[in-house]
Design a protein around this ligand. Sequence first.
Ligand SMILES: Nc1ncnc2c1ncn2[C@@H]1O[C@H](COP(=O)(O)OP(=O)(O)OP(=O)(O)O)[C@@H](O)[C@H]1O
Length: 598
Amino acid sequence: MSSNSGIQIPSRLPLLCTHDGVLLPGSTMRISVDTARNMQLVKSRLLKGTSLKSTIIGVIPNTRDPEHDSDELPSLHSIGTAGLAVQVVGSNWPKPHYTLLITGLCRFRVTQLLKEKPFPVAKVEQLDKLEQHTEGDQADGELGELSQRFYQAAVQVLDAVDLEERFKKALPLLTRQIEGLKLLQKTRKLRPDDDKRVLAIRKGGVFPGRQFSLDEEGEDEDSDDTAMLEKKVKAAAMPEAALRVCLKELKRLKKMPQSMPEYALTLNYLEMMVELPWNCLDIRAARVLLDNDHYAMEKLMRRVLEYLAVRQLKSTLKGPILCFVGPPGVGKTSVGRSIARTLGREFHRIALGGVCDQSDIRGNCKSVRTYVSSMPGCIINGLKTVGVNNPVFLLDEVDKLGKSLQGDPAAALLEVLDPEQNHSFTDHYLNVPFDLSQVLFIATANTTATIPPALLDRMEVLQVPGYTQEEKVEIAHRHLIPHQLEQHGLTPQQLQIPQDTTKDIISKYTREAGVRSLERKIEAICRTVAVKFAEGHKVSRAELKSVCREPMLRNDQTYKNKKEDSGIAAPPEMPIVIDPIALKDILGPPVFEMEVSI
Ligand SMILES: Nc1ncnc2c1ncn2[C@@H]1O[C@H](COP(=O)(O)OP(=O)(O)OP(=O)(O)O)[C@@H](O)[C@H]1O
Protein backbone atom coordinates (compact mmCIF):
# COMPACT_ATOMS: atom_id res chain seq x y z
CA MET A 1 0.00 0.00 0.00
CA SER A 2 2.76 2.38 0.78
CA SER A 3 3.96 1.99 -2.82
CA ASN A 4 0.84 3.81 -3.91
CA SER A 5 1.43 6.67 -1.55
CA GLY A 6 1.47 10.07 -3.09
CA ILE A 7 -0.30 9.05 -6.29
CA GLN A 8 -2.12 12.02 -7.74
CA ILE A 9 -4.24 11.28 -10.74
CA PRO A 10 -4.73 13.93 -13.47
CA SER A 11 -7.75 16.16 -13.00
CA ARG A 12 -8.94 15.33 -16.55
CA LEU A 13 -9.22 11.75 -17.66
CA PRO A 14 -10.25 10.05 -20.89
CA LEU A 15 -12.98 7.56 -20.03
CA LEU A 16 -13.01 3.93 -21.12
CA CYS A 17 -16.51 2.48 -20.77
CA THR A 18 -16.49 -1.20 -19.80
CA HIS A 19 -19.35 -3.60 -19.96
CA ASP A 20 -17.82 -6.92 -18.97
CA GLY A 21 -16.16 -6.22 -15.65
CA VAL A 22 -15.54 -3.63 -13.00
CA LEU A 23 -12.00 -2.51 -12.34
CA LEU A 24 -11.32 -2.04 -8.63
CA PRO A 25 -8.36 -0.18 -7.11
CA GLY A 26 -5.47 -2.58 -6.53
CA SER A 27 -6.69 -5.20 -8.98
CA THR A 28 -5.44 -5.89 -12.48
CA MET A 29 -7.74 -6.96 -15.26
CA ARG A 30 -7.83 -7.54 -18.98
CA ILE A 31 -10.32 -5.41 -20.85
CA SER A 32 -11.39 -6.14 -24.38
CA VAL A 33 -11.77 -2.93 -26.41
CA ASP A 34 -13.96 -3.14 -29.52
CA THR A 35 -16.45 -0.25 -29.47
CA ALA A 36 -15.70 2.76 -31.68
CA ARG A 37 -15.27 5.18 -28.79
CA ASN A 38 -12.96 2.90 -26.79
CA MET A 39 -10.92 2.03 -29.95
CA GLN A 40 -10.44 5.77 -30.56
CA LEU A 41 -9.25 6.26 -26.98
CA VAL A 42 -6.67 3.48 -27.27
CA LYS A 43 -5.41 4.69 -30.66
CA SER A 44 -5.10 8.36 -29.88
CA ARG A 45 -4.19 8.24 -26.22
CA LEU A 46 -2.45 5.00 -25.32
CA LEU A 47 -0.66 4.20 -28.56
CA LYS A 48 0.43 7.74 -29.32
CA GLY A 49 1.15 9.02 -25.84
CA THR A 50 4.67 8.93 -24.49
CA SER A 51 4.40 10.12 -20.88
CA LEU A 52 3.32 8.05 -17.84
CA LYS A 53 0.43 10.45 -17.45
CA SER A 54 -0.88 9.52 -20.87
CA THR A 55 -1.18 5.87 -19.78
CA ILE A 56 -3.59 6.73 -16.94
CA ILE A 57 -7.19 6.50 -18.05
CA GLY A 58 -10.53 6.45 -16.29
CA VAL A 59 -12.36 3.13 -16.43
CA ILE A 60 -16.05 3.51 -15.86
CA PRO A 61 -18.71 0.79 -15.80
CA ASN A 62 -21.25 1.08 -18.55
CA THR A 63 -23.89 -1.59 -18.63
CA ARG A 64 -24.97 -0.85 -22.15
CA ASP A 65 -24.49 -3.75 -24.52
CA PRO A 66 -21.68 -2.92 -27.01
CA GLU A 67 -23.81 -4.31 -29.87
CA HIS A 68 -26.13 -1.38 -29.38
CA ASP A 69 -23.46 1.18 -28.79
CA SER A 70 -24.53 4.23 -30.71
CA ASP A 71 -23.01 7.60 -31.43
CA GLU A 72 -24.80 8.99 -28.51
CA LEU A 73 -22.91 8.72 -25.23
CA PRO A 74 -24.92 6.80 -22.60
CA SER A 75 -25.41 8.40 -19.20
CA LEU A 76 -22.26 7.53 -17.29
CA HIS A 77 -21.87 5.97 -13.87
CA SER A 78 -20.60 8.77 -11.66
CA ILE A 79 -17.82 6.78 -9.96
CA GLY A 80 -15.01 5.01 -11.76
CA THR A 81 -11.46 3.77 -11.21
CA ALA A 82 -8.36 5.44 -12.55
CA GLY A 83 -6.19 2.72 -14.10
CA LEU A 84 -2.70 2.40 -15.42
CA ALA A 85 -2.56 0.75 -18.86
CA VAL A 86 0.28 -1.72 -18.47
CA GLN A 87 -0.05 -3.45 -21.82
CA VAL A 88 -1.90 -2.94 -25.10
CA VAL A 89 -2.25 -5.81 -27.57
CA GLY A 90 -3.99 -5.35 -30.93
CA SER A 91 -5.55 -7.96 -33.21
CA ASN A 92 -7.63 -8.04 -36.42
CA TRP A 93 -9.25 -11.34 -35.86
CA PRO A 94 -12.16 -12.11 -35.70
CA LYS A 95 -12.64 -8.30 -35.89
CA PRO A 96 -10.36 -5.35 -35.13
CA HIS A 97 -9.95 -4.97 -31.36
CA TYR A 98 -7.45 -4.27 -28.59
CA THR A 99 -6.87 -6.06 -25.32
CA LEU A 100 -5.71 -3.87 -22.46
CA LEU A 101 -4.01 -4.99 -19.28
CA ILE A 102 -4.97 -2.38 -16.68
CA THR A 103 -4.13 -1.98 -13.00
CA GLY A 104 -6.61 -0.02 -10.89
CA LEU A 105 -5.14 2.87 -8.91
CA CYS A 106 -7.89 4.72 -7.09
CA ARG A 107 -11.52 5.75 -7.31
CA PHE A 108 -12.67 9.03 -8.82
CA ARG A 109 -15.92 10.88 -9.26
CA VAL A 110 -16.93 12.49 -12.58
CA THR A 111 -17.58 16.14 -11.83
CA GLN A 112 -18.03 17.39 -15.40
CA LEU A 113 -18.10 15.83 -18.84
CA LEU A 114 -15.77 17.94 -20.97
CA LYS A 115 -16.24 16.31 -24.35
CA GLU A 116 -18.00 13.25 -25.76
CA LYS A 117 -16.27 12.69 -29.08
CA PRO A 118 -14.31 10.92 -30.40
CA PHE A 119 -14.05 9.52 -26.87
CA PRO A 120 -15.37 11.01 -23.60
CA VAL A 121 -13.08 13.15 -21.45
CA ALA A 122 -14.16 14.26 -18.01
CA LYS A 123 -13.09 16.48 -15.17
CA VAL A 124 -12.63 14.18 -12.16
CA GLU A 125 -12.19 14.32 -8.40
CA GLN A 126 -9.90 11.75 -6.78
CA LEU A 127 -11.72 9.88 -4.00
CA ASP A 128 -9.26 7.45 -2.39
CA LYS A 129 -6.76 9.51 -0.46
CA LEU A 130 -3.88 7.17 -0.94
CA GLU A 131 -1.39 9.51 0.66
CA GLN A 132 -3.11 9.07 4.05
CA HIS A 133 -1.91 5.53 4.23
CA THR A 134 1.65 6.50 4.89
CA GLU A 135 3.54 5.37 7.94
CA GLY A 136 3.67 7.54 10.99
CA ASP A 137 0.39 9.18 10.36
CA GLN A 138 -1.54 9.26 13.62
CA ALA A 139 -4.97 8.51 12.14
CA ASP A 140 -3.51 5.71 10.08
CA GLY A 141 -1.74 3.82 12.88
CA GLU A 142 -4.26 1.02 13.12
CA LEU A 143 -4.80 0.75 9.39
CA GLY A 144 -1.06 0.48 9.02
CA GLU A 145 -0.94 -2.28 11.60
CA LEU A 146 -3.84 -4.06 9.96
CA SER A 147 -2.19 -3.92 6.57
CA GLN A 148 1.05 -5.16 8.15
CA ARG A 149 -0.73 -8.17 9.65
CA PHE A 150 -2.56 -8.84 6.44
CA TYR A 151 0.72 -8.63 4.56
CA GLN A 152 2.45 -11.08 6.90
CA ALA A 153 -0.40 -13.59 6.65
CA ALA A 154 -0.40 -13.26 2.88
CA VAL A 155 3.39 -13.74 2.65
CA GLN A 156 3.10 -16.91 4.73
CA VAL A 157 0.63 -18.31 2.24
CA LEU A 158 2.72 -17.03 -0.67
CA ASP A 159 5.80 -18.80 0.66
CA ALA A 160 3.98 -22.09 0.67
CA VAL A 161 4.80 -23.24 -2.83
CA ASP A 162 3.77 -26.79 -2.19
CA LEU A 163 -0.02 -27.11 -2.50
CA GLU A 164 -0.37 -29.30 0.59
CA GLU A 165 1.63 -26.84 2.66
CA ARG A 166 -0.46 -24.00 1.27
CA PHE A 167 -3.66 -25.74 2.38
CA LYS A 168 -2.15 -26.26 5.81
CA LYS A 169 -1.31 -22.58 6.09
CA ALA A 170 -4.56 -21.25 4.72
CA LEU A 171 -6.96 -23.61 6.48
CA PRO A 172 -6.35 -22.41 10.08
CA LEU A 173 -6.82 -18.83 8.94
CA LEU A 174 -10.09 -19.77 7.30
CA THR A 175 -11.25 -21.87 10.26
CA ARG A 176 -10.55 -19.09 12.69
CA GLN A 177 -12.52 -16.74 10.55
CA ILE A 178 -15.51 -19.11 10.50
CA GLU A 179 -15.20 -19.77 14.25
CA GLY A 180 -15.25 -16.08 14.93
CA LEU A 181 -18.33 -15.60 12.79
CA LYS A 182 -20.09 -18.43 14.59
CA LEU A 183 -19.28 -16.92 17.97
CA LEU A 184 -20.59 -13.60 16.86
CA GLN A 185 -23.80 -15.25 15.74
CA LYS A 186 -24.10 -17.04 19.07
CA THR A 187 -23.58 -13.85 20.99
CA ARG A 188 -26.23 -12.18 18.90
CA LYS A 189 -28.70 -14.99 19.58
CA LEU A 190 -27.85 -14.90 23.25
CA ARG A 191 -28.60 -11.25 23.62
CA PRO A 192 -30.89 -10.35 20.75
CA ASP A 193 -31.78 -7.06 22.34
CA ASP A 194 -28.27 -5.89 22.78
CA ASP A 195 -27.10 -4.89 19.36
CA LYS A 196 -24.56 -2.57 20.85
CA ARG A 197 -22.37 -5.28 22.23
CA VAL A 198 -22.54 -7.41 19.07
CA LEU A 199 -21.44 -4.33 17.25
CA ALA A 200 -18.64 -3.87 19.73
CA ILE A 201 -17.45 -7.44 19.20
CA ARG A 202 -17.72 -7.04 15.48
CA LYS A 203 -15.66 -3.90 15.66
CA GLY A 204 -13.07 -5.79 17.63
CA GLY A 205 -12.73 -8.22 14.78
CA VAL A 206 -11.87 -11.87 15.07
CA PHE A 207 -8.14 -11.61 14.99
CA PRO A 208 -6.24 -13.12 17.86
CA GLY A 209 -4.06 -10.89 19.97
CA ARG A 210 -4.60 -7.25 20.51
CA GLN A 211 -8.08 -5.94 20.17
CA PHE A 212 -8.56 -3.59 17.27
CA SER A 213 -10.89 -1.09 18.73
CA LEU A 214 -12.00 1.18 15.92
CA ASP A 215 -14.22 3.05 18.29
CA GLU A 216 -13.33 4.21 21.75
CA GLU A 217 -17.02 4.28 22.67
CA GLY A 218 -17.15 0.56 22.01
CA GLU A 219 -14.77 0.00 24.91
CA ASP A 220 -16.96 2.02 27.20
CA GLU A 221 -19.98 -0.02 26.17
CA ASP A 222 -18.06 -3.19 26.94
CA SER A 223 -17.13 -2.08 30.41
CA ASP A 224 -20.78 -1.12 30.87
CA ASP A 225 -21.75 -4.60 29.74
CA THR A 226 -19.41 -6.37 32.11
CA ALA A 227 -20.56 -4.10 34.92
CA MET A 228 -24.15 -5.02 34.06
CA LEU A 229 -23.23 -8.69 34.00
CA GLU A 230 -21.52 -8.36 37.35
CA LYS A 231 -24.71 -6.88 38.79
CA LYS A 232 -26.73 -9.75 37.36
CA VAL A 233 -24.30 -12.31 38.77
CA LYS A 234 -24.57 -10.78 42.21
CA ALA A 235 -28.34 -10.62 42.04
CA ALA A 236 -28.77 -14.19 40.77
CA ALA A 237 -29.07 -15.65 44.29
CA MET A 238 -26.71 -18.49 43.47
CA PRO A 239 -24.94 -20.55 46.12
CA GLU A 240 -21.63 -19.23 47.41
CA ALA A 241 -19.51 -21.72 45.47
CA ALA A 242 -21.21 -20.88 42.17
CA LEU A 243 -20.95 -17.19 42.90
CA ARG A 244 -17.21 -17.51 43.49
CA VAL A 245 -16.73 -19.28 40.15
CA CYS A 246 -18.78 -16.63 38.36
CA LEU A 247 -16.86 -13.75 39.88
CA LYS A 248 -13.57 -15.40 38.90
CA GLU A 249 -14.77 -15.84 35.32
CA LEU A 250 -15.99 -12.28 35.29
CA LYS A 251 -12.57 -11.06 36.37
CA ARG A 252 -11.00 -13.04 33.53
CA LEU A 253 -13.54 -11.68 31.08
CA LYS A 254 -12.72 -8.11 32.00
CA LYS A 255 -9.05 -8.66 31.15
CA MET A 256 -9.73 -10.62 27.99
CA PRO A 257 -9.71 -8.94 24.58
CA GLN A 258 -13.16 -9.44 23.19
CA SER A 259 -11.64 -10.59 19.93
CA MET A 260 -10.59 -13.84 21.60
CA PRO A 261 -12.96 -16.70 20.85
CA GLU A 262 -12.87 -17.46 24.57
CA TYR A 263 -14.44 -14.10 25.30
CA ALA A 264 -17.73 -15.09 23.74
CA LEU A 265 -17.55 -18.52 25.38
CA THR A 266 -17.04 -17.03 28.84
CA LEU A 267 -19.77 -14.52 28.20
CA ASN A 268 -22.02 -17.38 27.17
CA TYR A 269 -21.23 -19.27 30.34
CA LEU A 270 -21.90 -16.29 32.60
CA GLU A 271 -25.15 -15.45 30.86
CA MET A 272 -26.27 -19.02 31.38
CA MET A 273 -25.28 -18.93 35.05
CA VAL A 274 -27.30 -15.80 35.77
CA GLU A 275 -30.36 -17.11 34.00
CA LEU A 276 -30.49 -20.41 35.88
CA PRO A 277 -33.27 -20.70 38.46
CA TRP A 278 -30.97 -21.18 41.44
CA ASN A 279 -33.98 -21.39 43.68
CA CYS A 280 -32.07 -19.83 46.47
CA LEU A 281 -33.82 -17.47 48.72
CA ASP A 282 -32.93 -13.87 48.18
CA ILE A 283 -33.21 -12.73 51.77
CA ARG A 284 -33.42 -9.08 50.82
CA ALA A 285 -36.23 -9.75 48.33
CA ALA A 286 -37.97 -11.97 50.89
CA ARG A 287 -37.80 -9.19 53.46
CA VAL A 288 -39.37 -6.73 51.03
CA LEU A 289 -42.10 -9.20 50.11
CA LEU A 290 -42.95 -10.09 53.69
CA ASP A 291 -42.88 -6.43 54.74
CA ASN A 292 -45.17 -5.50 51.86
CA ASP A 293 -47.73 -8.07 52.92
CA HIS A 294 -47.89 -7.18 56.60
CA TYR A 295 -47.66 -4.24 58.92
CA ALA A 296 -46.36 -4.07 62.49
CA MET A 297 -44.84 -7.54 62.49
CA GLU A 298 -41.15 -6.66 62.47
CA LYS A 299 -40.14 -9.06 65.23
CA LEU A 300 -41.99 -12.02 63.79
CA MET A 301 -40.69 -11.28 60.29
CA ARG A 302 -37.12 -11.02 61.54
CA ARG A 303 -37.33 -14.46 63.09
CA VAL A 304 -39.03 -15.93 60.02
CA LEU A 305 -36.28 -14.55 57.81
CA GLU A 306 -33.58 -15.94 60.10
CA TYR A 307 -35.29 -19.29 60.01
CA LEU A 308 -35.51 -19.25 56.22
CA ALA A 309 -31.91 -18.07 55.85
CA VAL A 310 -30.63 -20.90 58.07
CA ARG A 311 -32.69 -23.44 56.18
CA GLN A 312 -31.24 -22.14 52.95
CA LEU A 313 -27.67 -22.54 54.18
CA LYS A 314 -28.38 -25.95 55.57
CA SER A 315 -31.31 -27.55 53.84
CA THR A 316 -30.90 -30.74 55.86
CA LEU A 317 -31.27 -28.83 59.09
CA LYS A 318 -33.28 -30.89 61.52
CA GLY A 319 -34.46 -27.96 63.57
CA PRO A 320 -37.76 -27.23 65.23
CA ILE A 321 -40.77 -26.17 63.20
CA LEU A 322 -42.17 -22.68 63.65
CA CYS A 323 -45.39 -22.25 65.54
CA PHE A 324 -47.14 -18.86 65.48
CA VAL A 325 -49.12 -18.37 68.65
CA GLY A 326 -51.54 -15.48 69.08
CA PRO A 327 -55.16 -14.36 69.24
CA PRO A 328 -57.46 -14.84 66.25
CA GLY A 329 -57.11 -12.54 63.29
CA VAL A 330 -53.58 -11.27 63.97
CA GLY A 331 -52.29 -12.61 60.67
CA LYS A 332 -50.79 -15.98 61.55
CA THR A 333 -52.32 -17.74 58.55
CA SER A 334 -51.59 -14.90 56.23
CA VAL A 335 -47.90 -14.83 57.26
CA GLY A 336 -47.73 -18.53 56.41
CA ARG A 337 -49.20 -17.75 53.00
CA SER A 338 -46.65 -14.98 52.46
CA ILE A 339 -43.79 -17.30 53.37
CA ALA A 340 -44.92 -19.73 50.67
CA ARG A 341 -45.14 -16.90 48.18
CA THR A 342 -41.69 -15.67 49.15
CA LEU A 343 -40.24 -19.12 48.64
CA GLY A 344 -42.15 -19.58 45.39
CA ARG A 345 -43.80 -22.67 46.82
CA GLU A 346 -47.37 -23.95 46.92
CA PHE A 347 -49.36 -23.22 50.06
CA HIS A 348 -51.79 -25.58 51.74
CA ARG A 349 -53.68 -25.10 54.99
CA ILE A 350 -54.59 -28.13 57.08
CA ALA A 351 -57.27 -27.35 59.65
CA LEU A 352 -56.51 -29.41 62.73
CA GLY A 353 -59.20 -27.90 64.94
CA GLY A 354 -61.42 -30.73 66.14
CA VAL A 355 -59.33 -33.52 64.63
CA CYS A 356 -59.46 -36.34 67.13
CA ASP A 357 -58.72 -39.42 65.10
CA GLN A 358 -55.22 -40.33 63.99
CA SER A 359 -56.62 -41.69 60.71
CA ASP A 360 -57.37 -38.05 59.84
CA ILE A 361 -53.61 -37.56 59.75
CA ARG A 362 -52.36 -40.83 58.32
CA GLY A 363 -55.37 -42.27 56.48
CA ASN A 364 -57.61 -45.25 57.00
CA CYS A 365 -56.20 -48.63 57.78
CA LYS A 366 -54.71 -50.38 54.73
CA SER A 367 -56.78 -53.52 55.40
CA VAL A 368 -60.00 -51.55 54.85
CA ARG A 369 -58.88 -49.71 51.72
CA THR A 370 -61.67 -51.21 49.72
CA TYR A 371 -64.26 -49.83 52.13
CA VAL A 372 -66.19 -46.83 50.94
CA SER A 373 -65.02 -44.74 53.89
CA SER A 374 -61.35 -45.50 53.39
CA MET A 375 -59.27 -42.52 52.33
CA PRO A 376 -55.84 -41.01 52.73
CA GLY A 377 -55.08 -38.67 55.62
CA CYS A 378 -54.91 -34.90 55.41
CA ILE A 379 -51.14 -34.85 54.71
CA ILE A 380 -51.29 -37.06 51.62
CA ASN A 381 -54.52 -35.39 50.55
CA GLY A 382 -52.81 -32.02 50.82
CA LEU A 383 -49.90 -33.21 48.70
CA LYS A 384 -52.34 -34.47 46.10
CA THR A 385 -54.06 -31.08 46.06
CA VAL A 386 -50.88 -29.05 45.56
CA GLY A 387 -49.28 -31.60 43.24
CA VAL A 388 -45.70 -30.90 44.40
CA ASN A 389 -43.58 -32.47 47.11
CA ASN A 390 -42.19 -29.24 48.58
CA PRO A 391 -45.18 -27.11 49.57
CA VAL A 392 -45.62 -25.01 52.67
CA PHE A 393 -48.14 -26.78 54.92
CA LEU A 394 -49.84 -24.65 57.52
CA LEU A 395 -51.01 -26.84 60.39
CA ASP A 396 -53.74 -24.52 61.63
CA GLU A 397 -54.89 -24.62 65.25
CA VAL A 398 -52.61 -27.36 66.60
CA ASP A 399 -53.88 -26.31 70.02
CA LYS A 400 -57.34 -27.61 69.15
CA LEU A 401 -56.37 -31.21 68.40
CA GLY A 402 -58.70 -33.65 70.14
CA LYS A 403 -58.22 -37.14 71.46
CA SER A 404 -60.42 -40.18 71.06
CA LEU A 405 -60.46 -43.93 71.28
CA GLN A 406 -59.31 -44.06 67.61
CA GLY A 407 -55.81 -43.02 68.60
CA ASP A 408 -54.02 -39.80 69.40
CA PRO A 409 -53.70 -37.57 66.32
CA ALA A 410 -50.85 -35.72 68.04
CA ALA A 411 -48.78 -38.91 67.94
CA ALA A 412 -49.33 -39.20 64.18
CA LEU A 413 -48.44 -35.55 63.78
CA LEU A 414 -45.22 -36.13 65.69
CA GLU A 415 -44.18 -38.63 63.05
CA VAL A 416 -45.04 -36.12 60.32
CA LEU A 417 -42.95 -33.39 61.92
CA ASP A 418 -40.00 -35.51 62.99
CA PRO A 419 -37.19 -35.07 60.42
CA GLU A 420 -35.76 -38.42 61.49
CA GLN A 421 -38.92 -40.19 60.44
CA ASN A 422 -40.78 -38.08 57.92
CA HIS A 423 -38.67 -39.06 54.90
CA SER A 424 -40.58 -42.37 55.01
CA PHE A 425 -44.00 -41.35 56.24
CA THR A 426 -46.52 -44.09 55.71
CA ASP A 427 -50.13 -43.20 55.16
CA HIS A 428 -52.31 -46.20 55.98
CA TYR A 429 -54.35 -45.78 52.87
CA LEU A 430 -51.33 -45.65 50.53
CA ASN A 431 -49.43 -48.26 52.48
CA VAL A 432 -46.15 -47.17 50.90
CA PRO A 433 -43.66 -44.71 52.38
CA PHE A 434 -43.72 -41.15 51.11
CA ASP A 435 -40.90 -38.66 51.62
CA LEU A 436 -42.15 -35.56 53.48
CA SER A 437 -38.70 -34.10 54.15
CA GLN A 438 -39.14 -31.42 51.47
CA VAL A 439 -42.35 -30.08 52.98
CA LEU A 440 -42.05 -26.91 55.07
CA PHE A 441 -44.40 -27.19 58.05
CA ILE A 442 -45.60 -24.17 59.97
CA ALA A 443 -48.05 -24.48 62.82
CA THR A 444 -50.45 -21.93 64.31
CA ALA A 445 -52.22 -21.85 67.66
CA ASN A 446 -54.13 -19.41 69.82
CA THR A 447 -52.45 -20.66 72.97
CA THR A 448 -49.64 -23.01 73.94
CA ALA A 449 -51.52 -24.25 76.99
CA THR A 450 -53.42 -26.92 75.10
CA ILE A 451 -50.71 -28.04 72.66
CA PRO A 452 -49.67 -31.62 73.53
CA PRO A 453 -46.27 -31.33 75.29
CA ALA A 454 -44.51 -33.78 72.94
CA LEU A 455 -45.58 -31.65 69.98
CA LEU A 456 -44.76 -28.38 71.70
CA ASP A 457 -41.30 -29.76 72.29
CA ARG A 458 -40.69 -30.02 68.54
CA MET A 459 -41.76 -26.42 67.93
CA GLU A 460 -40.28 -23.00 68.23
CA VAL A 461 -43.04 -20.75 69.50
CA LEU A 462 -43.29 -17.27 68.02
CA GLN A 463 -45.77 -15.04 69.78
CA VAL A 464 -47.94 -12.85 67.55
CA PRO A 465 -49.50 -10.26 69.86
CA GLY A 466 -52.65 -8.25 69.23
CA TYR A 467 -52.55 -4.78 67.68
CA THR A 468 -53.03 -1.31 69.12
CA GLN A 469 -55.71 0.94 67.64
CA GLU A 470 -53.11 2.92 65.67
CA GLU A 471 -51.64 -0.26 64.22
CA LYS A 472 -55.10 -1.45 63.23
CA VAL A 473 -55.78 1.86 61.43
CA GLU A 474 -52.51 1.46 59.52
CA ILE A 475 -53.24 -2.18 58.67
CA ALA A 476 -56.71 -1.17 57.46
CA HIS A 477 -55.43 1.58 55.18
CA ARG A 478 -52.34 -0.21 53.88
CA HIS A 479 -53.80 -3.67 53.43
CA LEU A 480 -57.43 -4.34 54.29
CA ILE A 481 -59.14 -1.46 52.44
CA PRO A 482 -57.08 -1.80 49.21
CA HIS A 483 -57.64 -5.56 49.30
CA GLN A 484 -61.41 -5.27 49.80
CA LEU A 485 -61.71 -2.54 47.15
CA GLU A 486 -60.01 -4.85 44.71
CA GLN A 487 -62.18 -7.80 45.72
CA HIS A 488 -65.30 -5.74 45.03
CA GLY A 489 -64.12 -4.25 41.78
CA LEU A 490 -63.95 -0.75 43.26
CA THR A 491 -61.24 1.90 43.06
CA PRO A 492 -60.12 4.59 45.56
CA GLN A 493 -61.63 7.08 43.11
CA GLN A 494 -65.02 5.49 43.77
CA LEU A 495 -64.91 4.80 47.50
CA GLN A 496 -62.97 6.49 50.29
CA ILE A 497 -62.95 5.53 53.93
CA PRO A 498 -61.30 8.32 55.97
CA GLN A 499 -59.07 7.45 58.92
CA ASP A 500 -61.62 8.83 61.40
CA THR A 501 -64.23 6.43 60.03
CA THR A 502 -61.77 3.54 60.43
CA LYS A 503 -61.18 4.57 64.02
CA ASP A 504 -64.94 4.59 64.55
CA ILE A 505 -65.25 1.10 63.07
CA ILE A 506 -62.48 -0.15 65.36
CA SER A 507 -63.83 1.39 68.53
CA LYS A 508 -67.59 1.21 67.98
CA TYR A 509 -68.08 -1.93 65.92
CA THR A 510 -65.26 -4.31 66.86
CA ARG A 511 -63.61 -5.54 70.01
CA GLU A 512 -60.75 -7.82 69.09
CA ALA A 513 -57.00 -8.26 69.32
CA GLY A 514 -56.66 -8.95 65.61
CA VAL A 515 -58.24 -7.34 62.58
CA ARG A 516 -60.62 -9.98 61.30
CA SER A 517 -63.87 -8.20 62.37
CA LEU A 518 -62.46 -4.93 61.12
CA GLU A 519 -61.87 -6.55 57.76
CA ARG A 520 -65.44 -7.89 57.72
CA LYS A 521 -66.86 -4.42 58.43
CA ILE A 522 -64.79 -2.94 55.61
CA GLU A 523 -66.04 -5.74 53.43
CA ALA A 524 -69.63 -4.84 54.32
CA ILE A 525 -69.04 -1.21 53.35
CA CYS A 526 -67.47 -2.20 50.04
CA ARG A 527 -70.30 -4.59 49.31
CA THR A 528 -72.95 -1.94 49.92
CA VAL A 529 -71.19 0.61 47.76
CA ALA A 530 -70.50 -1.93 45.00
CA VAL A 531 -74.20 -2.80 44.91
CA LYS A 532 -75.09 0.87 44.68
CA PHE A 533 -72.69 1.34 41.82
CA ALA A 534 -74.09 -1.68 40.06
CA GLU A 535 -77.62 -0.40 40.47
CA GLY A 536 -76.56 3.17 39.89
CA HIS A 537 -78.69 3.80 36.88
CA LYS A 538 -81.80 2.37 38.55
CA VAL A 539 -81.51 4.11 41.90
CA SER A 540 -82.64 7.61 42.49
CA ARG A 541 -80.14 10.08 43.77
CA ALA A 542 -82.24 10.71 46.89
CA GLU A 543 -82.16 7.01 47.69
CA LEU A 544 -78.45 6.87 47.28
CA LYS A 545 -77.98 9.90 49.45
CA SER A 546 -79.66 8.14 52.30
CA VAL A 547 -76.87 5.60 52.30
CA CYS A 548 -73.79 7.48 51.21
CA ARG A 549 -72.78 11.07 51.66
CA GLU A 550 -71.21 12.53 48.56
CA PRO A 551 -68.72 15.32 49.12
CA MET A 552 -68.43 16.34 45.50
CA LEU A 553 -71.89 17.76 45.00
CA ARG A 554 -72.04 19.12 41.54
CA ASN A 555 -72.95 22.75 41.08
CA ASP A 556 -74.34 22.14 37.68
CA GLN A 557 -77.98 23.00 38.33
CA THR A 558 -79.28 21.61 35.05
CA TYR A 559 -77.63 18.32 35.83
CA LYS A 560 -79.18 18.20 39.29
CA ASN A 561 -82.62 19.14 38.10
CA LYS A 562 -82.57 16.67 35.32
CA LYS A 563 -81.60 13.81 37.62
CA GLU A 564 -83.91 14.69 40.49
CA ASP A 565 -86.87 15.44 38.29
CA SER A 566 -86.65 12.28 36.31
CA GLY A 567 -86.13 10.13 39.39
CA ILE A 568 -83.89 7.89 37.25
CA ALA A 569 -80.51 8.78 38.66
CA ALA A 570 -77.18 8.38 36.95
CA PRO A 571 -74.48 6.34 38.76
CA PRO A 572 -73.44 7.87 42.10
CA GLU A 573 -71.05 10.76 41.98
CA MET A 574 -67.49 9.92 42.90
CA PRO A 575 -65.82 9.41 45.21
CA ILE A 576 -68.26 8.17 47.80
CA VAL A 577 -66.78 9.11 51.15
CA ILE A 578 -67.93 7.12 54.15
CA ASP A 579 -68.61 9.65 56.89
CA PRO A 580 -70.05 8.83 60.36
CA ILE A 581 -73.66 9.07 59.10
CA ALA A 582 -73.00 6.82 56.10
CA LEU A 583 -71.18 4.42 58.42
CA LYS A 584 -74.21 4.21 60.69
CA ASP A 585 -76.46 3.71 57.68
CA ILE A 586 -74.39 0.78 56.48
CA LEU A 587 -73.30 -0.93 59.71
CA GLY A 588 -76.23 0.01 61.91
CA PRO A 589 -75.96 1.64 65.33
CA PRO A 590 -72.60 1.25 67.14
CA VAL A 591 -72.26 -2.06 68.95
CA PHE A 592 -69.82 -0.79 71.59
CA GLU A 593 -69.75 2.52 73.31
CA MET A 594 -66.47 4.26 74.12
CA GLU A 595 -65.45 3.67 77.70
CA VAL A 596 -65.09 6.95 79.51
CA SER A 597 -63.20 7.11 82.76
CA ILE A 598 -64.95 9.15 85.38
N1 LIG B 1 -50.13 -7.19 60.30
C1 LIG B 1 -50.99 -7.38 59.32
N2 LIG B 1 -50.81 -6.75 58.18
C2 LIG B 1 -51.70 -6.90 57.18
N3 LIG B 1 -52.77 -7.67 57.22
C3 LIG B 1 -53.01 -8.34 58.35
C4 LIG B 1 -52.12 -8.24 59.44
N4 LIG B 1 -52.62 -9.00 60.43
C5 LIG B 1 -53.71 -9.58 59.96
N5 LIG B 1 -53.97 -9.19 58.71
C6 LIG B 1 -55.12 -9.60 57.89
O1 LIG B 1 -56.17 -9.95 58.73
C7 LIG B 1 -56.88 -11.07 58.22
C8 LIG B 1 -56.94 -12.18 59.24
O2 LIG B 1 -55.65 -12.74 59.37
P1 LIG B 1 -55.40 -14.32 59.55
O3 LIG B 1 -56.52 -15.12 58.99
O4 LIG B 1 -54.04 -14.60 59.03
O5 LIG B 1 -55.40 -14.41 61.09
P2 LIG B 1 -55.02 -15.64 62.02
O6 LIG B 1 -54.11 -15.07 63.03
O7 LIG B 1 -54.54 -16.77 61.21
O8 LIG B 1 -56.40 -15.98 62.65
P3 LIG B 1 -56.92 -17.41 63.24
O9 LIG B 1 -56.15 -17.64 64.52
O10 LIG B 1 -58.34 -17.14 63.53
O11 LIG B 1 -56.67 -18.42 62.19
C9 LIG B 1 -56.18 -11.49 56.94
O12 LIG B 1 -56.85 -10.93 55.85
C10 LIG B 1 -54.82 -10.86 57.09
O13 LIG B 1 -54.28 -10.56 55.84
